[in-house]
Design a protein around this ligand. Sequence first.
Ligand SMILES: [Fe+2]
Length: 269
Amino acid sequence: MRFDRLIAGAAALGAGALLYGALVEAYRLRTERRTLRLPRWPARLDGYRVAVIADAHIRDRASIEMTQEAVALALAEDPDLVLIPGDTIAYWKRGLLDMVEEAYAGLASMSGRILAVPGNHDYFGGDAAWLEPVFNRLGIRLLQNSCHRQDGVNWVGVDSEVAGRADPYGAIMQSDPADPIVVLWHEPDMVDRLPRGPELMVSGHSHGGQFTTPWGWAPATSHLGSRYLRGFYRRTPVPLYVSKGVGTTGPPARLFCPAEVSILTLRPA
Ligand SMILES: [Fe+2]
């Protein structure tokens, strides 16, 4: 085969994959149920279940509907707590708060049991704190380098590193050392700079690579979202779960990397 035909064939294959990813796979959402065995997770909390809705990237009708579907899938699992590890929005624009309220409205039934942290996109063209009026109405607590105690767990929310707002030490210092610590931090690669001690870190940001080969290699990854792309990592300084998330960034396409609502059952190792 001539070299130019090979190039043309590869380009056609790439374009086809992008088209399939944009029209089909970007809108395939599934519930990813995982049991995480955690050293030092207390027996009294054996079986505690959290739902993770990451990276909604709300910006238009399609992203609102995907997020509504994600909320419905999460609620169907009757979790103990819902975690939102950042990038609720794609970027700030007029009407965005109404879009967020419409997308997350179903979560109001879990009011007071939903915790969120900012992602880097929540600062694109604005400030993550602008989400608070809507979050307050829905009972979502936005953690910005702070700790919220619930069900005998320190839920520590660290602000976005990419946005230059992270203070993990200041946040962890607020926790009660008698109880386990779960860290919510948007950028997964930051686990390598997290002090040892927390039982688990939950992240998003990477979108699982979003566009990958069948064996999981991602040609384009995000800053601080490339080392730990998806799933559960036991041997990181702190055990880490990275959700593939709900939305997309860049080309609105996914390949071999369907969007997920993560349902994590936490158990002692
Ligand atoms: Fe992000």
